[in-house]
Design a protein around this ligand. Sequence first.
Ligand SMILES: [Zn+2]
Length: 460
Amino acid sequence: MLRIALRSNLTKFALMAAIAMLTQFGASQTVDKPAADPRIAGALQDISQQRIQANIAQLVSFGTRLTLSAQDPASIASGHGIGAAREWLKSQFEQYAKDCGGCLEVKTDSFNEEPADRIPKATEITNVYAVLKGTDPAQANRIVLVTGHYDSRNSDTFDVSGDAPGANDDASGTAVSLECASVLSKLKFPATIIFLTVAGEEQGLNGSKHFAKMAKDAGWQLEGVLNNDIVGADKSAEQDHSVVRVFSEGVPVAATEQDVGRIRGSGGESDSPSRQLARYIADVGRTYAMGVKPMLVFRLDRYLRGGDHFSFNQQGFAAVRLTEFREDFHHQHQNVKTENGIEYGDLPKFVDYDYVSHVARLNAATLASLASAPAPPANLHILTKELENDTTLTWDASPGATGYEVVWRATTSPEWEHAENVGNTTRATLKLSKDNVIFAVRAMDAAGHRSLPVVPLPER
Ligand SMILES: [Zn+2]
């Protein structure tokens, strides 16, 4: 990283000139990894593979968690169906809340879904979540969120009683959300973290759609959503257990015509807020020892598939999907059976629990980093009034910030390549042409936590 002590403009200019020369001659000046926060690193050590495995086994024990399956009191008491899973999730979050002296608020978001394609009759759907409220009154309204879907299905999306273990899809993601709650509730953060588990994913993203709309309608300042869906690293021969895919949308689905015009005009196709979140996760992956490396995939999702992050994208929020490197389709959305020597079904024995715990660490480190960081700079503009070869950026001061970094990269580069600390200011001029690179600004606190970078709007 180009960390420059700006003692004088002359020094700055000399350094910038040197940098420009180096860049010109092809020397690579990469943004190095931000320093790890020992408090966050410590929390990651508490992530428990045993607890994750036990939680996945518990979710599988409900037989099926199909959204249309039983949720009457007798079924809940007998431990069968989605109602039993829902009550158990609530009790887990409540246990974590008790363990931290009531630091978590456990809530449900219940609604009645009218009949639709995969919902034959009106069905109550319940999302279960826990809120770790931010401790800084100026920042507590900022929210980061982790989610997984606790509903499951087998070959028949209307089969309300047949086994649908859903160990990987998506008890794994649900267990990640639980584990993040268990571990991060031991710490305090200036901003708020929400640990969410949704239902209805397999019937049409119903739970996440309802939750995301609620967040939008209530004006939540939701800065980032991590959707973990199929993070069990199915133990097939071709699996790569060292990476997790992070999918992010390019041109936002929520972009207006005006937004699209600006994106087209400025080459902003790869700079959606979701993509900044994906790059942030890549940074976190370099900073903390995880055992798994984020592999950024610059598309909304896999072909023919969707997920809960899309519900949040539709409401204009930054949201990404984390998924294992290679899926085994014999083990997804299948009845449990063996045919011609092939085992079908989403069984716990195919899940790599070590891997799920690595993914949980990546999530926890990302949530903790974002919730520790100041708010991203607001009202950020790049001045385009004059024809000039310098670049001037202006922004509003962020609550909690003690300084700012301008980051930039070649227009053809996937990730930020350079960073310059510009100090505690709301305006910076760089000896670089805005026509040649993509700029963003991020806020920092005294301990070095960095916000999500924001790409400026042109100001004429
Ligand atoms: Zn899924």
